[in-house]
Design a protein around this ligand. Sequence first.
Ligand code: FAD
Ligand code: DHB
Length: 387
Amino acid sequence: MRTQVGIVGAGPAGLLLAHLLGRDGIGSVVVERRSREHLERRVRAGVLEQGTTDLLDTAGVGERMRREGMVHHGIELRFGGDGHRIDFAALTGGYGITVYGQQEVVKDLLAAREAAGALPLFECEDVEPAGLDGDRPAIHFIHAGERHELQCEIVAGCDGSHGVCLPSAPNGALVAYEREYPFAWLGILAEVAPSTEELIYARHERGFALHSMRSPVLSRFYLQCERDADPGDWTDERIWDELRTRLALDLASGPIVEKGVTPMRSFVVEPMQSGRLFLAGDAAHIVPPTGAKGLNLAVADVRVLAAALRDHFATGDDAGLRAYSDTCLRRVWRAEHFSWWMTSMLHRFPDGAGFEEKLQRSQLEYVVGSEAAATTLAENYVGLGTA
Ligand code: FAD
Ligand code: DHB
């Protein structure tokens, strides 16, 4: 098998890259280890920046998102029992975000790939990039019981935080920066109308809570929990009690249809490229989800990579490919800082009683009391601060 760009991973990054390259007449093959059903059911992020929705629109995959996505122009910060609205539109000159589930983005991209007759190869095993430091890279894998070698010019590592591309990069070429947090998030999807119009981020003595949504009849919640929490220990009753307490809200409840624990980590690898390997999305960087940046960063990387590959294949101009890592890392580090800052401000740290708690409270009061501080939050959240 031969193609121009071999892509590992059919998450948002890999699918969008394949789609954008296809529109420019550049061939690619996406190799994915999971099934299509699994990808379409995987509940993850839900907040899209305007830059993300604009790109999906111009790429021709934004039609359902525009119809079903919910545009929000603010969020609420809740602490000490009171709510405070951060008015994105007023603070950023009209910007907002769109609430639309990541798995819906994935469904839309898969539908577009299907229409182009270029679906990913699903359920691949033993996926292994090779020859990344030479000029004849390849991806080895087993598909439908047969061993394949996909020869390509460029390998795009879009295989997320536990992928094979990053570990395949030539030894010593990349430097990783990392931070672990002493807690995790329990994510819940419930068949009940949201009890709020806008997202609520709550800091509470018992820990962080977030009220988000997916549709007028589907709510999404997150609760700070222990790093090694077992979702089985969280009964529906315990979840609703805890949400009501932490959100200080008269919450409507309904059947919980999904729950899972997500660890919290900050991670960046530099540079995001090694030889013929270009990393994009979670394969290159992870943020704790408090700033809602993970999916948006993946889309931003792919925008830069697709443009650089267009120049490479159209004219042989490699300036974009050489600048790829530096261009992306500026946005990545801004989002890393914002995500760390939001996480630090809103969570209960196990050994944070006393001094740290007083600082958190002071910071929250400053953010909701000062237009300058609120603007910092707003422009980073909508994505202007990471442009
Ligand atoms: P991914 O979506 O991870 O896609 C990578 C793809 O590569 C996957 O389909 C995977 O199956 C495939 N793959 C992996 N290894 C191989 C291999 N060896 N061979 C072939 N294919 C492979 N962000 C937020 O902003 N808010 C959230 O609430 C939030 N919740 C999250 C919950 C979870 C459980 C996780 C894991 C992430 C969450 N994120 C959240 C982060 C956000 O979802 C990611 O930033 C986003 O998915 C990044 O897209 P991606 O395409 O780079 O990676
Ligand atoms: C959602 C996820 C986030 O990480 C966040 O900060 C806000 C909303 C969500 O899944 O809806």
